[in-house]
Design a protein around this ligand. Structure first.
Ligand SMILES: Cc1ncc(COP(=O)(O)O)c(C=O)c1O
Length: 399
């Protein structure tokens, strides 16, 4: 035997966003005036009543292991919340608390995929999905979508991608990176197809609370018993309650899938952080005004950013209806020059913008969207205005 890294791990591409965040942090440390539009997290701190519940848990000595699937009180609160919020009917045995939605996603893939199983994956998509699917032995089957179709695949595209090996479809609405929100008809068509062809829907709804302009987040599992029985709903606390650092998410779904995820979790990590789980109870049972407050701020910032971009040369974007990202179309910039350097790609554009104007954006090649950069508007109005000034001045200096 040789001393070598496994095939699975040597094929993993490290997350571009985390790499970018580290580079930005380093530049800031050097005193450079960087504005980061790469953030995948709210710029707010966690609401005080949620943090207070964690402090109380520590003071009360609630510092022990919990059940691997999470505290029964939290799972009960979750089931109750999902009934009220989305009309979903789950027993607590159908709910698992995880270390972030990330772990819920990996757990769901591990629970349902065998080697060689295919997972339908509309692109552009979040960078972690293809890696997770491959880590679980599956094969991501990319379904490319365009800006012109609002970044939602047609039902014909979905149907054409189904094969006898299709085991699941990854649905992400609202979407990172596109901000697209699937409407009821699009979800119903997918649900009908999934029921007809018998595949799971892994529904990542982490941005569910962040929808704008009257767009409605609809959970596909709420469309009927059959589709509910083959959907794993995944969400969490990171984006809605500004709790990214607490690391807590959840999944609900068919009893056997959740039980398999709990078995895996019991060996992989054990329960998610106990203190965090007490904070989670406060988040789900407390006043939801904090969520609405952040949603309104993101909506305003989104308009600020899109409005500025619409007046800039060479680039364009569409108005996102969810999440907190704008997909900047930079295809018109490729081939232009800055200081004699010809911009070759979105990645090159992002690098030049960072070097010249200290504005960090995320090139979307890794999201399956060459020619686009993702800009996060989860930063202050002032920073957005300043970043847009710098972007405009960069574009105006291109020849
Ligand atoms: C689409 C999507 N799903 C899941 C996650 C993971 O969230 P969590 O912090 O709950 O692990 C993210 C985080 O950026 C995301 O963008």
């Amino acid at each position: 035997m040789s001393l070598s890294i496994s095939k699975v791990c040597s094929q993993i591409t490290p997350s571009v966003t985390l790499k970018l965040n580290a580079a930005v942090a380093e530049m800031k440390k050097q005193g450079l005036p960087v504005i980061g539009l790469g953030a995948g997290e709210p710029d707010y701190t966690t609401p005080p009543h949620i943090s207070a519940a964690a402090k109380q848990a520590i003071d009360a000595g609630r510092t022990f292991y919990t059940a691997a699937a999470g505290l029964p009180e939290l799972r009960r609160a979750l089931v109750h919340f999902l009934k009220k919020d989305k009309g979903l009917d789950y027993d607590i045995s159908q709910a698992i608390i995880t270390t972030g939605a990330k772990q819920a996603l990996l757990g769901a893939f591990l629970a349902v995929l065998d080697p060689g199983d295919e997972v339908l994956l509309p692109t552009p998509c979040w960078v972690s999905y293809p890696e997770m699917i491959r880590m679980a032995g599956g094969i991501p089957v990319m379904i490319p979508t365009t800006k012109e179709q609002g970044f939602v695949p047609s039902i014909e595209q979905l149907r054409a991608a189904v094969t006898p090996r299709t085991k699941a479809m990854l649905l992400n609405t609202p979407s990172n990176p596109t901000g697209a929100v699937w409407n009821r008809q699009q979800l119903q068509d997918l649900a009908d197809l999934a029921v007809e062809k018998e595949f799971y829907v892994i529904s990542d709804e982490i941005y569910e609370k962040l929808v704008y302009d009257g767009a409605e987040h609809i959970c596909i599992a709420s469309l009927g018993k059959q589709i509910c029985d083959q959907t794993v709903v995944i969400s969490g606390f990171s984006k809605a309650y500004a709790m990214t650092g607490w690391r807590m998410g959840y999944a609900t779904g068919p009893k056997d899938v959740i039980a398999a995820m709990a078995s895996y979790q019991s060996h992989a990590t054990g329960n998610p952080n106990t203190i965090t789980q007490y904070a989670g109870i406060a988040a789900l049972t407390g006043d939801q005004e904090c969520v609405e407050h952040m949603r309104q701020a993101f909506s305003r910032r989104r308009q600020l950013m899109v409005e500025r971009i619409s007046r800039m040369p060479l680039v364009s974007c569409f108005m996102p209806h969810g999440a907190f990202y704008v997909m900047l179309d930079v295809r018109g910039v490729v081939g232009k020059s800055i200081n004699g350097h010809v911009i070759a790609s979105a990645a090159d554009f992002a690098e030049q913008l960072l070097n010249e104007k200290y504005v960090a954006s995320v090139p979307c090649e890794a999201f399956g969207a060459p020619g686009f950069c993702r800009l996060s508007y989860a930063i202050s109005d002032q920073h957005i205005a300043e970043a847009m000034d710098r972007l405009e001045s960069f574009l105006n200096s291109l020849t």
